[in-house]
Design a protein around this ligand. Structure first.
Ligand code: RFL
Ligand code: PHB
Length: 408
């Protein structure tokens, strides 16, 4: 089989890339190791930046998101038994975030691709990407117990952190940047209406907790736990007890309980990771295949979207004129946003998690950081402009383009 762009992975990065290329008249084939049902049910991210929402809307895949997504104009930071609202809307001249599950975005993109006659091959596991420095890179994959080859002009490695694309790059090419943290997140999805209209990020002596949501009937909750914890050791009672303790306020705020669904229950280790460059020959890495940010800044999926936006534009430039200028700058262009997101995610993580419970100095510093960020307008503005997402025109310029851009 032959196509112009072979895409490995049908997560947000791979599917959106295929959709954007289609709009540019460029053919692609998406290979996905899992089934359609599996990827459409996988509970992951929930917060879409303004720029992500705008892109999905402008490219015709935002109808359901507009109806079912929940627009949020603020978030709460909770510590010392008190809540403090960060007014994202007011601090960023009218920008906002939208709470809409990643699997819903995935469903919408799959539907759009299939409706347009696009090729998404499920249960097709890429095993290798070859001939990357030739004009005809090839993805070898297995489907129904048989070996197949997909020959392409370019390959997009959108196969997430555990995919095969990154490992196909010869040793010594990539510089790896990594940081691991001494904690993880335990996440649950509970069948109960959210107890607050907005997201609540809590710092507590017992550790971080996050109140989020998926719909008016479903609450998404996370607690900091030990990375070596076994999910079996976390009974429903223990999870609720910890959530109540960490999210409690002096005013007696009440957290509604509900049955915990099995889907979405899990422990995710915290990690920051990036490789550079995001390209080797005719292979381009995008999304989690190239970088992982800690989820505290809600940036992972949004970065995946920003990467493929840059890649689609660069590929469109190549097919229109034969020029490789934008493709050559792909990694450099993406890495600026990646590092800005790494910095913000790391900062949010450092401010909101309990590191060493015996380190009182650290604890007081974190409380002071929270005090500052919730009482200084400039500090709150810094948080807000990063949280709603740095402007998309960041990816058009050079390293000197201001991060506080003009696009609203
Ligand atoms: P994905 O979504 O992992 O998709 C990769 C796809 O590739 C497939 N695959 C292969 N296919 C073929 N052959 C192979 N050999 C393959 N190997 C893998 C996989 O099955 C999969 O379908 O990567 P992508 O597209 O780069 O998207 C990235 C996002 O999924 C990720 O960054 C976010 O989920 C991170 N994240 C969050 N991001 C946000 O923007 N906002 C949030 O609120 C947010 N919260 C989160 C998160 C991630 C979390 N976890 C579970 C890691 C909360 C959590 C708890
Ligand atoms: C989520 O709703 O899954 C979510 C929200 C905010 C985060 C991370 C995850 O920072």
């Amino acid at each position: 089989m032959r196509t112009q762009v072979g895409i490995v992975g049908a997560g947000p990065a791979g599917l959106l890339l295929s959709h954007l290329l289609y709009l540019e008249g460029i053919e692609s084939v998406v290979l996905e190791s899992r089934s359609r049902d599996y990827v459409e049910a996988r509970i992951r991210a929930g917060v879409l930046e303004q720029g992500t929402v705008d892109l999905l809307t402008e490219t015709g895949v935002g109808d359901r998101m507009k109806k079912e997504g929940m627009v949020h104009h603020g978030i709460e930071l909770r510590f010392g038994g008190q809540g403090h609202r960060i007014d994202l809307h007011e601090l960023t001249e009218g920008r906002a975030i939208t709470v809409y599950g990643q699997h819903e975005v995935v469903k919408d993109l799959i539907a759009a691709r299939l409706e347009a006659g696009g090729e998404v091959i499920f249960e097709a596991e890429a095993v290798d990407v070859e001939s990357l420095d030739s004009q005809n890179p090839t993805v070898r994959y297995r489907k129904d117990g048989e070996d197949h080859e997909l020959r392409c002009d370019f390959v997009a490695g959108c196969d997430g952190f555990y995919g095969v694309s990154r490992d196909s790059i010869p040793e010594g090419v990539l510089t790896v940047y990594e940081r691991r943290y001494p904690f993880a997140w335990l996440g649950i999805l509970a069948e109960t209406p959210p107890s607050s209209e907005e997201l609540i990020y809590t710092y507590h002596e017992r550790g971080f907790a996050l109140h989020s949501m998926r719909s008016p009937e479903l609450t998404r909750l996370y607690i900091q736990c030990d990375p070596d914890d076994d999910i079996e050791d976390w009974s429903d009672e223990r999870i609720w007890e910890e959530l109540h303790a960490r999210l409690a306020t002096d005013e007696g705020w009440a957290l509604a309980e509900g049955p915990i669904r099995e889907e979405g229950r899990g422990i995710t280790p915290m990690r920051s990771y990036a490789v550079e460059p995001m390209q080797y020959g005719r292979l381009f890495l995008a999304g989690d295949a190239a970088h992982i940010v800690t989820p505290t800044g809600a940036k992972g999926m949004n970065l995946a979207v920003a990467d493929v936006r840059v890649l689609a534009r660069a590929l469109a430039g190549f097919y229109a004129s034969g020029q490789t200028e934008l493709l050559d700058r792909y990694s450099e262009t993406c890495m600026r946003r990646v590092w800005l997101a790494q910095r913000f995610s790391w900062w949010m993580t450092a401010m909101l998690h309990r590191f060493d419970s015996s380190d009182e100095f650290q604890h007081r510093l974190q409380l002071t950081e929270l005090d500052y960020v919730t009482s200084s307008r400039s500090a709150a503005k810094t948080l807000a402009e990063n949280y709603v997402g740095l402007p998309m025109d960041l990816d058009l310029g050079t390293a000197s383009t201001p991060v506080q851009g003009t696009s609203a």
